[in-house]
Design a protein around this ligand. Structure first.
Ligand SMILES: *Cc1c(COP(=O)(O)O)cnc(C)c1O
Length: 221
């Protein structure tokens, strides 16, 4: 890495931290190598997100610094075993099938896995995630999954230039989060993390009550 590249990362993280206040920065290092990822950590970031199992496992194995690793990408059931017990949070639980699989693998390893339920409220069907109508289904399912702990929900804004359309989706995610928080009284369901906001739309997410943003490109450019 050049000194310039290091300076860019440093400045971007400093600026972001000021803007975020208490909101947690999950730095998305998915297109970046070990050196770049370590540079992010050197600047005080303690939560890192990856969207591919293989990259995530490689970084967990090769980076010694004590940081928190989050899986943020779509997870195939056959790869669940590779990350259970290694990651701190799986943000991208997008089906009952993967939820059950995480429970099974967690039981085998004698661990409890922290997860977020991923919602897709964008109306764009290429994205993975639950709809609002499926909320009761995962809550019922989790009753029978003692090795799962739901810590909150995750969602993305729609791919559009319309700030009002993005705001609308984030607002619905926040009200869903609040509703689950007030309605659900279950040992392994707690609304502690509302993960929404990426490089292009995080200011809107902050306005709408996000507690964690997942930011990649804005750190490196
Ligand atoms: C890549 C990615 C991000 C970060 O995207 P940027 O636009 O680079 O900030 C956030 N969340 C998920 C799920 C991602 O895959």
């Amino acid at each position: 890495m050049t000194t310039d590249e290091k300076q860019i990362i440093k400045k971007n993280i400093e600026d972001l931290k000021k803007e975020l206040g208490d909101v947690v920065l999950c730095a998305v290092t998915k297109y970046h190598d070990l050196d770049e990822t370590k540079e992010v950590i050197k600047n005080g970031v303690t939560v890192l997100g990856e969207n591919k199992v293989q990259d995530l496992v490689k970084k967990i194995d090769q980076i010694e610094e004590p940081v928190h690793w989050h899986m943020i990408g779509h997870l195939q059931t056959n790869k669940v075993k590779n990350i259970v017990g290694k990651v701190d949070l799986i943000q991208s639980v997008d089906s009952l099938k993967v939820l059950r699989k995480i429970n099974d693998e967690s039981k085998k390893k004698n661990v409890v896995s922290d997860v977020l339920i991923q919602y897709n409220l964008t109306g764009e069907d290429q994205k993975f995630g639950f709809s609002e109508d499926e909320t009761g289904a995962w809550i019922d399912e989790v009753k029978n999954l003692p090795n799962i702990r739901v810590e909150g929900i995750m969602g993305m804004g729609p791919h559009t230039d319309s700030k009002s359309a993005i705001r609308e989706v984030f607002r619905r995610l926040k009200s869903l989060y609040d509703k689950i928080d007030s309605d659900v009284d279950q040992d392994n369901v707690h609304m502690k993390i509302l993960s929404m906001g990426m490089s292009d739309d995080y200011p809107i997410a902050l306005d709408e009550g996000s507690s964690m943003v997942r930011i990649g490109s804005k750190i490196f450019t």
